[in-house]
Design a protein around this ligand. Structure first.
Ligand code: PEP
Ligand code: MN
Length: 342
């Protein structure tokens, strides 16, 4: 429920409503606008009648049900946009954040070389998988804890905050020890025990959209994190399965625009997994920015032809530096300004 109060409501009137919301077993979330104060209350549907009775409370103008199945992530619940902080980096504050690095952490040398190069080219954060979700059990599965240690070294050397995937609940503690942000991969988007476990963590989460998940399912997966207590969530569109086989997946740009319309959470785009083709990464990066994405996550490898995973979609160091220069061009920036203003 959304409890709409006049901005002229007194502190005592607001406190009374907050108290009643808590008595109904709901968690109040207050956001103050110029005209109204909005108090969001999400809890058991049984409490609906009691919350609706708050219409009679002093200072309350209306009590409106949240119509979406996802509540805490919806823009009905929270006015304005959420900004997620990962160390010194802010995602969702209007600047496009670029996260770059290899698909897999393969060695200390490979990671450090990539980390320095992407930092020098202007990346804001480093990515790299230590635990890899591979389609085949015979493929490289990641370096595990050793990979996490290399990520930590790279952060210490470059100052770039690190995001890395966590595959299972058993690994949450160790991954959280090393990473600044934890990634829930596309295949795990609806791993509800993992989501519940990450909800209890005081660490930002990058939640990728499942390859066959609807936008509603994706936002409901995010709802698990917020409902469990973690509101530092960034959504990531990484392409969905369609009939098309020329690209690895199909980048759903309308999902980016719609997720931003429906939710206050930041949304970023992964053009690497979306296309599976290095040549398409620059144009889809620009398209993502034009449509209003808050950032990009891009795979970069010093020698893509030797990569242990996702070489064909990885940019080399020079390709990444060139892309970063292009993203600075006025056309890309103009597109961004339009998207923000709309
Ligand atoms: C990755 O980021 O390396 C990855 C495996 O991504 P996704 O979960 O989107 O396939
Ligand atoms: Mn990959």
């Amino acid at each position: 429920m959304i409890i709409k109060m006049s901005s002229a409501a007194s502190d005592a009137e607001i406190a009374h409503v907050v108290e009643r919301v808590k008595e109904c077993g709901c968690q109040p979330n207050i956001s103050r606008g110029v005209e109204y104060i909005i108090i969001g209350a999400v809890g058991s549907p049984d409490m609906r009648i009691q919350l609706e009775a708050l219409r009679a409370a002093p200072g309350v103008e209306d009590v409106i049900p949240i119509t979406h199945p996802f509540k805490l992530v919806s823009r009905q619940y929270k006015q304005g946009r959420s900004v997620v902080r990962v160390g010194p980096v802010s995602i969702g504050d209007g600047e496009v954040v670029v996260i770059a690095g290899p698909c897999s952490v393969e060695s200390r040398a490979q990671l450090l070389l990539t980390a320095h190069a992407v930092r020098d080219a202007g990346a804001n954060m480093l990515r790299g998988g230590a635990y890899k979700p591979r389609t085949s059990p015979y493929d490289f599965q990641g370096l595990g804890v050793e990979g996490l240690q290399f990520l930590k070294m790279a952060r210490e050397e470059t100052g770039l905050p690190v995001v890395t995937e966590v595959l299972s609940t058993e690994d949450v503690e160790i991954v959280a020890e090393y990473a600044d942000m934890l990634q829930v991969g596309a295949r795990n988007m609806q791993n509800f025990s993992l989501l519940r476990c990450l909800a209890k963590l005081q660490r930002p989460i990058l939640l990728k959209r499942g390859p066959s998940a609807t936008i509603k399912e994706w936002l409901l997966a995010a709802e698990y994190l917020l409902a469990g207590g973690n509101s530092d969530v960034v959504l990531c569109e990484r392409g969905i399965k369609t009939f098309e086989t020329e690209t690895r997946n199909t980048l759903d740009l309308s999902a980016v625009a719609l997720a931003k319309e429906l939710s206050h959470l930041p949304v970023i785009v992964d053009p690497s997994h979306a296309t599976g083709r290095r040549s398409l990464v620059p144009s889809l990066s620009k398209a993502a920015i034009a449509v209003g994405a808050d950032g990009l996550i891009i795979e970069v490898h010093p020698e893509p032809e030797r990569a242990l995973s996702d070489g064909p979609q990885s940019l080399d160091l020079e390709g990444f530096a060139t892309l970063m220069r292009h993203l600075e061009e006025p056309a890309a920036k103009l597109a961004r300004t339009d998207a923000v203003a709309a």
